[in-house]
Design a binder for this molecule. Structure first.
Ligand code: CS2
Length: 511
């Protein structure tokens, strides 16, 4: 800790920054709000806000971003103090590149009360609403995608539509306010890693709106678009060490700094209401159907991250880059992706899946991105459907082997099991289903068959038709047996050394 800190980032500091720090290449004073973003975390600041900054530099227009946080942390003060400015560091092994992003013109904290969020979202100048509210922010049932009507926030919002708490409830109320005031169309663009995110968001908002009456539902049908999108850039939660790195390297403080890799991608379904920021002029792609891109990204890149996070924790590795530097885990991941994941993908225009696998593995090996395995492991119940279970379901439908992907699902199960009291509370798990799985572990103990059966019975995660697969169940039992043992990596070694032998064959059919 240096005794006297350097000056903090703000408009006054811009003129004094080292020349290697890139700065907004447009007149920020002339920038007016046009986009609202819900969930201004590290990912948004590294991704959509940077694309928008690029767009403003290329084609200046009324597309300033207003950030809204409806969940912790409070951000208005930190970012407000800096007039919305923050530094985006790109770190790629030894390279560090700093850039000040200027696209955020305002930040609103709306954690305690929806009113500040509603005021922004309902304002006529906002024509695009993007969001990164995490998988669980949609309050949907992961296995089916339907809005979870038993979710406490949804129960609350249906009973108190004037004071909503959930993201879909807040959006439905904002649309009602728009309808009643100016009536201007708007696009609601989900940027979270859930499958068919536009459809899931649209269903959630419409389900709530229908309860408010046909008039609102009809207005939404005519004036609101919910395109799907695939977003990508690895940008872990910012740490104190990142803030210190910036100060040491570039000589100023920035409490809102974000760190990301060089790679970025944004594929957006070309279905908008009203005016659209032309992000396609600065590297995003507008397409008719994002499904192939979304499968590629969630199954390969995210599937690898999730697998490395659970196997990584079990193997004693703290970060992704350390887990993938382990030759055994690297071998397992490459085998799983190549043999089982890639064959489930749809053809993706312009991308070779095998090249994408290699590119993804190289991205995960970036030693400057300190992505904690426990961070990626968070909310796994909301992530495994799209990352692991959907490819497993596709393979089972064709009679293909699922032994490697099942190791990853077993590792996801082992993670909360080992956090239960009965298994010694190895670590803390943040996941809406953590308590439920821990209770199962406390009740059942170490019997892998009973553990697998009880966890597979959680229908919100495992679709009953998937849970009914004998092959899947048997693979999970074998996986749990191995991964809950004293030497989980021995099991992974066994699977890698003898993939065909270790893989369970399809149960023989009786003639
Ligand atoms: C990660 C993602 O925490 C997680 O679930 O897998 O945040 C991942 O880094 C991004 O999707 C990369 O685009």
């Amino acid at each position: 800790m240096s005794p006297a800190h350097a000056a903090n980032l703000g408009p006054a500091l811009l003129g004094t920054l080292p020349s290697e720090v890139r700065q907004p290449a447009y007149d920020r004073a002339a920038l007016k709000p046009g986009i609202a973003h819900i969930g201004v975390g590290a990912f948004h600041r590294s991704h959509q806000a940077e694309y928008t900054d690029d767009l403003l530099a290329k084609n200046f227009d009324r597309w300033g971003l207003v950030g809204i946080n409806i969940r912790p942390p409070l951000l208005a003060e930190t970012l407000g103090r800096q007039d919305g400015l923050y530094t985006r560091l790109i770190r790629q092994n030894d390279e560090v590149e700093a850039r000040v992003i200027g696209s955020i013109v305002g930040v609103v904290d709306s954690q305690d009360n929806a009113a500040p969020a509603l005021e922004v979202l309902a304002s006529p100048e906002i024509e695009m609403v993007t969001m990164t509210v995490t998988e669980k922010g949609y309050c949907h049932v992961p296995s089916s995608g339907a809005l979870d009507l038993d979710h406490p926030d949804i129960v609350h919002d249906l009973a108190n539509p004037q004071a909503p708490r959930s993201a879909p409830g807040i959006l439905a109320k904002a649309l009602e306010l728009r309808m009643a005031s100016h009536g201007r169309p708007v696009t609601l663009l989900s940027c979270d890693n859930i499958p068919a995110n536009g459809i899931i968001l649209g269903n959630a908002v419409r389900t709530i709106a229908e309860r408010r009456g046909k008039k609102l539902a009809d207005w939404i049908a005519a004036n609101v678009a919910f395109p799907s999108a695939m977003v990508d850039r690895i940008a872990p939660a910012t740490t104190e060490a990142d803030i210190d790195t910036l100060e040491q390297r570039f000589g100023y403080r920035d409490s809102a700094v974000v760190v990301g890799e060089r790679f970025r991608q944004w594929v957006i379904e070309d279905r908008f209401a009203g005016r659209v920021p032309r992000w396609d002029l600065v590297g995003a792609t507008f397409v008719d159907d994002v499904t192939p891109f979304e499968h590629l990204k969630m199954r390969v890149l995210n599937g690898a991250q999730t697998t490395l996070s659970y196997l990584g924790v079990l193997g004693g590795f703290a970060h992704t880059f350390e887990a993938i530097a382990d030759p055994l885990l690297a071998t397992f991941i490459r085998l799983m992706l190549t043999e089982e994941t890639v064959p489930t993908l749809m053809p993706v225009p312009g991308i070779s899946p095998q090249a994408y696998v290699e590119q993804s593995l190289a991205r995960l090996a970036n030693t400057a991105i300190r992505h904690r395995n426990h961070q990626i492991a968070t909310d796994g119940s909301q992530k495994i459907v799209q990352r692991l279970l959907n490819p497993i379901r596709d393979r089972l439908a064709k009679g293909d082997s699922i032994a490697l992907l099942s190791v990853s699902v077993a590792a996801w199960m082992a993670y909360p099991i080992k956090a239960s009291a009965r298994f010694g509370r190895a670590w803390q798990v943040a996941d809406p289903f953590a308590e439920r799985v821990a209770a199962i572990a406390d009740r059942v103990g170490a019997d892998s068959t009973e553990l697998a059966n009880a966890i597979l019975a959680i229908e919100a995660i495992f679709d009953p038709s998937l849970a009914a697969s004998d092959m899947f169940r048997a693979s999970l039992v074998a996986g749990l047996e191995g991964l809950l043992s004293d030497d989980p990596m021995a099991f992974v070694r066994h699977v890698c050394a003898d993939p065909t032998g270790a893989r369970l064959k399809r149960p023989a059919r009786s003639a």
